[in-house]
Design a protein around this ligand. Sequence first.
Ligand code: UD1
Length: 312
Amino acid sequence: MALYLITGIGGFIGSSLARALLSSGEQVRGVDNFSTGKRENIAEILDRIDFREADIGDLDAMHKACAGVDFVLHQAAIPSVPKSVQDPLGSNRANVDGTVNVLVAARDAQVTRVIYAASSSAYGDTPTLPKNEAMSPDPISPYAVAKLASERYMISFSRCYQLETVSLRYFNIFGPRQDPSSPYSGVLARFIMQMLRGEQPTIFGDGETSRDFTYIDNAVEANLLACKAPANQAAGQVFNVATGTRITLNQAFKSLQGMTAYSGQPRYEPERKGDIKHSLADISKAQAGLGYNPKVNFEEGLRRTVEWYRRK
Ligand code: UD1
């Protein structure tokens, strides 16, 4: 049994990781400042985790949180592209300064390994698809720059302090508990909530924007594998976490029409600043280095997610 620290445990990905670890008998500690995470996401597991309300900007709190920890799963972030365009300083504070604090605390506590929630947004709008990890990044939004900077900090701490770090470049993770309520929320969570309520969803752009939408169980699996993979294959490395298929917003809307029985059409509005047009991953490095294989495809993940929001 190992002790895992999850930063951002109140978030949709952090709380999913906590549930998976608890069900395999591991010990879980978590921190969240509830800036984007939610108390309700951890309410039913609160008695089984060591939860501390804290900000990753608080180095002292991070030192305390890392004491005795084997693995850190660093998920805490302000995860929105448009929010970072509006507030680049806030994005940098949470997504870069916060990460360096977590790394310093993990290093000082001699944690075995830190797994980082990196982002596919680092690739930017370069025309080649699918994206592989050897390509030069070309981030567009302040958010993407921050996520890439933190990824480089992960690598730096591997090189300078022998702290094992693994960066997982998430490609549009979706699933139960993703917050649908803010204009900055992930597109599928938003569409599902709106369509179940009979409200018209908005598509920014012509709807041909595409993403490698990845169901949460696949991301959870990737994190667990990243903790256990041999250091010579994983430490100081960056891996795409995705499915290797891409879906347009128009296609996603159509699938959801069937699943939610929404009969209207979407409203089309101009593209958002900072958005990238297409995103598709080559997942062969994660397959070879981590033994990662996505188990839940887009349609199945979407069905499970709609069911969860329907029951909510
Ligand atoms: C998402 C994540 C980001 C992560 C990245 C890569 C969110 C909020 N953002 O960024 O944290 O690092 O994937 O994994 O989960 N759109 C609409 N209508 C809406 C909302 C969005 O058309 O109501 C469009 C956006 O303009 C964009 C696309 O859908 O073109 C995806 O947007 P979004 O879900 O915010 O995700 P990303 O920006 O790709």
